[in-house]
Structure formats: C-alpha cells, structure tokens
Design a protein. Structure first.
Length: 93
C-alpha cells in the first residue's frame, strides 16, 4: 500500500452555486481517502481533525458556526458530515 503522505487529500469543498454536486464529490473523495490512508481505523478525534483540515477555509467557517446538541459531536466526523449535509440540502431548495 502507498504511504498516507503519497495519497492526495480530497480537493477542498467549494461553497459556490454548485455546492450540492461539489459536496457529493467531496464526500466520495473523503470516503476513499479514509480507506486508502487507513484513517477509517483511527480515533474519532483524529478523523474529525483531518476531515476539517481537508474541507477548506470556507466550509470550516460554516462548521465553526454549528451548535451541536452534544459537544462531543464536534469531534465526530459522522456528525460533522451529517450537519454539513443538512446545510447543503437547505441550499438546494
């Protein structure tokens, strides 16, 4: 297997007019990246930190505006993805 450093991370999420399509692209690339780098077996906090480092500045600003019911959800990549999916769905309509 290639080392994690030789596998490029997903291209950052773009929040423009095609945010829904770009979100689908980013999520797909993220899933592949997690598997290819063995990140899927890392701690939840590490997975969330790498995800947040990959999403780009604009999407990270959106994340910082989230108010999670449980503070631990801010370090749970599945909860972060769920929250971002809600935001993207709202922008579709």
């Amino acid at each position: 297997m290639a080392s994690a450093s030789s596998i490029p991370p997903p291209v950052p999420l773009k929040l423009g007019s095609e945010v829904a399509a770009d979100w689908e692209r980013f999520r797909s690339e993220w899933q592949n990246y997690e598997i290819a780098t063995d990140l899927d077996s890392a701690s939840g906090k590490k997975r969330a930190a790498v995800f947040l480092a990959c999403i780009g500045s604009a999407a990270h600003s959106v994340f910082r505006s989230f108010k999670f019911d449980n503070a631990a959800h801010a370090s749970d990549v599945s909860k972060i993805i769920e929250a971002l999916s809600v935001i993207v769905s709202a922008k579709r309509t």
